[in-house]
Design a protein around this ligand. Structure first.
Ligand SMILES: *Cc1c(COP(=O)(O)O)cnc(C)c1O
Length: 371
């Protein structure tokens, strides 16, 4: 059994994907070919944001956004430590300082109530992460940012397709940054990502930074990067859009079924999903105090699991200088409890029931062994 079943997805979309790839091989425009603009137009229509700029990865989307807003050494960006390293990494790479704010223990997203106390004269932006596929409290965060003249960058690497108060993730703040890493909700077959914004000047800056800061060929108006997403990867995402709406619906029903099957299992706590938004379950993550035994038992039964993420960023050696060890107790606790179960739109009901059956059996045994 696969943690994310990309092979089943390819089998379902083989004709469209192969045809799209072949078309690129035939026209040969491997860099900035017609599929790049076509994908950007389709994603603009999908999200409702005014501009989409595809880039080389989700990490690159964060980097280019921060460069476009002009983040300077010493500038502070408020973010969450309970995320993949790339979130804080791009802030630090530009000489900025990540200021970590703890998470809500039930959603694992940044706790908006704790943000304002961390704003200083050096704060330039707030970077919430829409973790596991559920948007953070974007309205509250935008309101705080507006009061203090800050920008908001949604790290939407895990939430592409999610809705928040009837709007789409990536169209909720100054910037929305997503990733097309293969296992993300909308993935390509390599690295890719996209920036969304409705600000014309910031969009133009992103477009130039993506190609070495060029405003015209060989006119380098600013310092940029080689950050393009290649034509073949755009073509693959275009093919995958053919059933993306179905995949989103299916992800949500699989998430609902996991929830119904696990709701009353002793030793398992479910992730909370707020009533004004949905979750596209980039990972299906639950909390358990018996993680080590659950992982071992599922592994023995051929069921892969993962931990997203075992250690908050401010406890990582390269980032320890940016946060006090005890600054974010909920992030630390979540890192000890979370476990992600197999999740993909092609997960069958039988497979899902098997996962839950093994989980129940293990927790039952753990429970009786302890008494
Ligand atoms: C995957 C991920 C990224 C990085 O995306 P890449 O495409 O792998 O560079 C950034 N932030 C979060 C929260 C992610 O999950």
């Amino acid at each position: 059994m696969e943690f994310v079943d990309l092979k089943a997805q390819y089998r379902a979309l083989k004709v469209q994907i192969d045809e799209r790839i072949q078309r690129v091989l035939d026209h040969g425009q491997y860099i900035m070919g017609p599929e790049v603009a076509e994908l950007e137009e389709k994603l603009v229509a999908f999200t409702g944001a005014k501009h989409c700029i595809t880039v080389a990865s989700g990490t690159e989307a964060l980097l280019v956004s921060l460069m476009a807003m002009g983040l300077k050494p010493g500038d502070e960006v408020i973010t969450t430590p309970f995320t993949f390293a790339a979130t804080a990494e791009m802030i630090v790479l530009l000489g900025g300082k990540p200021v970590f704010v703890d998470i809500e223990p039930d959603t694992c997203n940044i706790d908006a109530n704790l943000i304002e106390a961390k704003i200083s004269a050096r704060t330039r932006a707030i970077m919430p992460v829409s973790l596991y596929g559920q948007c953070a409290d974007m309205d509250e965060i935008n309101a705080i940012a507006a009061r203090h003249g800050l920008l908001v960058i949604e790290d939407a690497a895990q939430s592409f397709g999610a809705t928040y108060k009837d709007r789409r993730s990536c169209n909720l703040s100054t910037f929305g940054c997503t990733s097309f890493f293969p296992s993300k909700p909308l993935g390509c077959y390599g690295d890719g990502g996209a920036i969304f914004t409705s600000d014309d000047a910031l969009a133009q800056a992103c477009r130039e930074i993506r190609v070495h800061g060029q405003s015209a060929r060989y006119t380098h108006t600013r310092v940029g990067v080689g950050g393009r997403m290649d034509t073949l990867q755009c073509a693959i995402v275009l093919a995958k859009l053919n059933r993306f709406d179905w995949e989103l619906t299916t992800r949500k029903s699989i998430g609902d079924r996991y929830g119904a099957l696990l709701r009353n299992v002793p030793g398992i706590r479910l992730l909370a999903v707020r009533s004004d938004r949905d979750c596209v379950w980039a990972q299906y993550t639950v909390f358990t105090t018996q993680r080590a035994s659950v992982q071992a038992a599922l592994h023995a039964a051929g069921i892969p699991t993962m931990v997203h993420y075992p250690k908050p960023i401010h406890h990582q050696p390269a980032y320890a200088q940016h946060g006090l060890p005890e600054c974010c107790p909920q992030s630390q606790l979540a890192g000890e409890l979370v476990i992600s179960l197999p999740m993909s739109p092609d997960l069958t009901t039988t497979q899902q029931e098997n996962v839950v059956h093994r989980l129940r059996a293990t927790l039952g045994q753990v429970g009786s062994a302890k008494t």
